[in-house]
Structures are given as C-alpha cells and as structure tokens.
Design a protein around this ligand. Structure first.
Ligand SMILES: Cc1cc2nc3c(=O)[nH]c(=O)nc-3n(C[C@H](O)[C@H](O)[C@H](O)COP(=O)(O)OP(=O)(O)OC[C@H]3O[C@@H](n4cnc5c(N)ncnc54)[C@H](O)[C@@H]3O)c2cc1C
Length: 509
C-alpha cells in the first residue's frame, strides 16, 4: 500500500465511531448540588457512578460532548505495566511506595472487571499479557533491571526473547494477566447506571473559575453558578489552579494512533517498546475482525514537525512489520506527565480541601483515572483509602526529574519569546485549500486557515492561557500551544485546556 493518499483525510477515533452515546442539555441556570464533577472522561464518569450509587446528589458538566476528551482517543490497555517504571520508582521512593503504585493499578483493573460483571457490560474486555520489548542492545540491561524490580515487588513477570506478535526483538519483559477493553462501551453503561441513580449531566457547559468561601462555587462561561460542597476537577488539565502551580509541575505529550487491518490475524497480547520512537500495539474488535491499533511518535504538544508526518511514520512501520490491507482510522491525543511520574490526585491545595484534582496520568489513565475516582470519592464518602497519600498533589519528592523540569520550564520561556519574535509575512492569497499559515495582520501574529471551500478563518495566535504563541497542527487542523498543551479549533474554540477562553478572531481586509 503506497503512502499518504491512503491515510484517512480526517482524524476520527474508532471508539467514538463504534458506539452511540446519549446527548445531554446545556446548563441554563444556576444550581445547587452536593458534588459537582467537571469533565466527562473515565475519571469524571467513574466518580459520578460511584457517588450516585451511594445516593449522593451529583452533577457532572462537560465543556463539549461526554467522552470526547482523551478517554475517547485512548488505546485503552488496562495494565499495571506503565512502561519501564518500577525500577525508577524503587530508586526514587523506595520499595513500599513502588509496590503501592502497582497494587493501586491492579485494584483498578479488578474494579473495572467487577463492574463489568455486575452490570453484564459487553465491552470487548479481554485478559491479555502485556509486553515491553526492545530491539536495541542499549535497552537489554534496562529491561533486566526492570525485571529485578518486578521480583522485588512480587510482580508476576518473565524476561524472554519471545512474544506472540512477529516483530524483531532482542529482549522482552512480560507482565501476565493484564487486560484491554472498549472504553466507551464500558463508560456508556456507567453513565446510564449513574443517571438511573440521579446523576444530572450538562454538556457544552464550561467551568471557568471557582469561588471558594465556606463552600466552593463553580462559575461557568455563561456566568451560571454551581453551588456545592465538593468539586472534582476531572477535566484532564485542572481548569482551576488555586495557586497549586500545576502548569509548572506537568508537561503535555502527544501521541498518534492508526487503526489498520492486516492480512494476519492478531495473535493476542499488548505491546510497547522501550526505545524511541515509541511504538505501542494492541488489537480491537471491529465487527468480528481484528483492527490493529499502532500507536507512537510521542512529542511535546505544539513542538512536532508537520503532524501528518507522524501518521506516515506509523503507517510505514505497520506496512513494514505486518502489511496493511486497509487503513481504517487515524487519531491523536495528549496526556500529562508530572514531576515524579506519579499522578496528582487529591485536594488542589491544602487550603481548598474540598476542591479535588485528578491529573498527570502519563498515558495510563484507564487504571490511574479509575484509581483517582476511587480515592476522591472515598474522601467525599469518608472512607479510608490506602493509596491516597501516594498520589497527594502536595507531596514533594527530592528527585532528579526536578532538574529536567527546570529545563522544561526554560523550554516554555523559549517558546514564549521565540513565537513572538518570529518574522512572518506569508501571503494568505497563496494559501492552498485545507492549509494554514501564520502571517501578520496590523502587526499582530495571526493564524489563517483556508478550508476546502476556500473560506478563511483568522485567529490571533496568542494562547489565552499564559500568552505563548500557538502553532498549526496539520494532522488535526488545530492550533496547539507548545507551552502547556492548550489546543484550539481552526475557528479558535478551545478543544483542550488549560486555556478556557477561545482565541481572538481577527478580521481580514
Ligand atoms: C495516545 C494515547 C494513548 C493512551 N493509551 C492508554 C492506554 O492504553 N491505557 C491507559 O491506561 N491510558 C492510556 N492513555 C491515557 C488515558 O487515555 C488518559 O489518561 C485518560 O483517558 C484521561 O481521562 P480523564 O477523564 O482524566 O480526561 P478526559 O477523558 O480528557 O476527560 C476530561 C473531560 O473534561 C472536559 N473539560 C475540560 N475542561 C473543562 C472545563 N473547563 N469545563 C468543563 N469540562 C471540561 C473535556 O471536555 C473532557 O471531556 C492514553 C493516552 C493517549 C494520549
């Protein structure tokens, strides 16, 4: 199969395309509720399900449609094998905390499994072994150290040179009995169950701020107020920082997914490599046929080259390793990584105890999002949770990654300045349909996209979060911020935070 002309023209996720989701109204008035959840991804919906089941009065709002954030664009492996992590965790926090992290992941897997059984959810759940593989001499010893960490933590694992999928490898670390599912088929039933138990849902309702007196009040973009006792920020990026300085403690990274059919049957298992460029593989069930999901090409948001190149690289890889008989879907998404690679789950700051955050899942949010929902709802329900301390956002670990973060902040400063100094005087008249350019209009850096009908859309490229300059993402037709990962449609509407306000529109003469 030859290259780019076979790549689907528009990004679309298999998950959203293969399930029918209900619609909910927009919030039209100020309301009161016990717990307000902001964000309808795996974190928010699992938390809503858990609280509604216990008779708590819960309201969930989402800025867009439910399950159209990262959860709608994931790979959906349910595993405690979060890349090569346990050796590093033992070095940084000791054996006990590394072991707690593993146990929390396995508890999340067990929770998902039990919930599927309780509600007889048909969501293509299957138990699979998970594999980290390498074909590079450099990583053989890394996998050996990781296996030693597994042994110390009693994680059932095996170091081998063999795995079911036919890719050249020099070493493989297997973690037995992990799982995968169709995340939206699973969460759709949780929505249904929670609504039956009284959950109120409002879509197209954006939270922009929280006022905190005795109790928190969420302020929406339409200036409605949600008075409540607890707020769960399940918005992927916390929309309310409360001086917790989250933008300086996390960075966003994008990855790309292609879904293809190949001449071969998928042999089972879930795979991720150790080296760069990253490659992760699983299959999904598409009307009884194997859809191979090939994932990778990680880079910091807004700092990739032409983003279509990433899809092409995955296509070349899939073609070379397995052969492609049909290219069915392509999509991409981003997730956040914290300073010590452990998510931030708990009160946003010590002073605002009843406002919770759940973020920084490092592309492992099926388990981490489930853990977050359980930790936070246990706090609200006054139950003990053995994992809450490990994830508390106010922790500080003396950690070498602090140095890395200092250099990342320097990177932010670089983007803040370089975008502004860049000299551009591209001519919009020369722009081809379905292309974008950056130019200057009345001295202001302006991003212009021409759609297929030759309609022009011009936006001020200054990001509404902290003022960096957004760059064009050709693969998704979005303006992406290189500093903290905010993303906007070509009309300037916010697709992903931390930005809450749309880009200013610019009039072209
Ligand atoms: C390419 C890729 C592959 C991945 N693969 C895996 C995997 O195999 N296994 C795994 O465990 N994890 C994986 N992950 C990670 C996982 O998908 C995410 O961590 C998880 O889905 C995040 O869920 P969430 O509920 O926190 O956020 P989301 O699903 O993004 O939900 C947040 C919601 O909040 C809404 N929102 C945002 N701001 C506001 C606001 N101000 N007001 C109202 N609503 C708002 C958004 O519209 C969105 O619907 C992957 C991630 C990526 C990027």
């Amino acid at each position: 199969m030859s290259n780019s002309e076979n790549i689907p023209q528009f990004p679309e996720t298999f998950w959203r395309d293969s399930v029918s989701l209900p619609d909910f109204p927009k919030l039209q008035e100020s309301i009161k509720t016990d717990t307000a959840i902001v964000g309808g991804g795996i974190t928010g919906i699992t938390a809503a399900y858990l609280l509604a089941k216990e008779g708590v009065n819960v309201t969930l709002i989402d800025a867009g449609d439910l399950l159209n954030g990262v959860t709608g664009h994931t790979t959906a492996k349910i595993t405690a094998q979060h890349g090569i992590i346990y050796d590093e965790f033992i070095q940084h926090f000791g054996k006990e905390k590394a072991s707690l992290y593993y146990q929390a992941c396995m508890k999340a897997k067990e929770f998902i499994e039990n919930t599927i059984q309780t509600h007889h959810i048909d969501c293509d759940y299957s138990q699979e072994d998970a594999y980290i593989f390498t074909n590079s001499d450099e990583y053989i010893s890394t996998l050996e150290s990781e296996k030693k960490a597994y042994d110390q933590l009693d994680i059932p694992g095996e170091l081998t040179t063999d795995m079911p999928v036919d890719i050249p490898v020099k070493s493989v670390l297997k973690m037995k009995d992990q799982a995968q599912f169709h995340p939206l088929k699973y969460l759709n039933v949780l929505v249904d169950e929670a609504v039956k138990n009284g959950l109120k849902i409002y879509e197209h309702t954006t939270a922009v701020d929280i006022e905190y007196n005795k109790h928190p009040t969420i302020i929406t973009r339409d200036e409605h107020r949600i008075n409540c006792n607890y707020v769960i920020q399940a918005s992927h990026y916390p929309f309310y920082d409360g001086q917790g300085f989250y933008p300086t403690r996390m960075y966003p990274e994008r990855s790309y997914i292609i879904a293809v059919k190949t001449p071969e049957k998928f042999p089972g298992g879930m795979y991720i490599n150790a080296e760069s460029p990253s490659r992760s593989i699983r299959s999904a069930n598409m009307d009884g046929e194997d859809l191979w999901l090939i994932v990778g090409e990680n880079h910091k948001t807004g700092q990739g080259e032409s983003t279509m190149k990433h899809y092409e690289a995955l296509q070349d890889y899939a073609e070379e390793q397995f052969g492609i008989s049909e290219f069915v879907y392509r999509w991409s998404a981003q997730d956040l990584t914290t300073m010590d690679k452990v998510p931030y789950i708990g009160s946003v700051t010590k002073n605002e105890e009843n406002v919770y955050v759940a973020t920084g899942y490092r592309k492992w949010g099926m388990t981490n999002g489930t853990i977050a929902a359980k930790i936070i709802t246990d706090r609200i329900l006054d139950n003990d949770n053995p994992y809450s301390e490990l994830f508390t956002p106010s922790r500080f670990q003396a950690d070498p990654s602090v140095r890395k973060f200092a250099s990342m902040n320097a990177d932010v400063a670089k983007h803040l300045i370089s975008g502004k100094l860049e000299y551009t005087q591209n001519n919009v008249k020369d722009l081809e349909p379905d292309h974008a350019t950056v130019t200057r209009v009345k001295g202001k850096r302006t991003g212009v996209y021409k759609d297929q009908d030759k309609q022009l859309y011009a936006v001020d490229t200054t990001c509404k979060h902290l003022g960096c300059e957004v760059t064009w993402n050709s693969g998704e037709r979005t303006w992406d911020c290189p500093c903290h990962g905010s993303r906007y449609s070509y009309t300037g509407e916010v697709i992903e935070g931390p930005a809450k306000e749309p880009l200013n529109k610019v009039e072209l003469e």
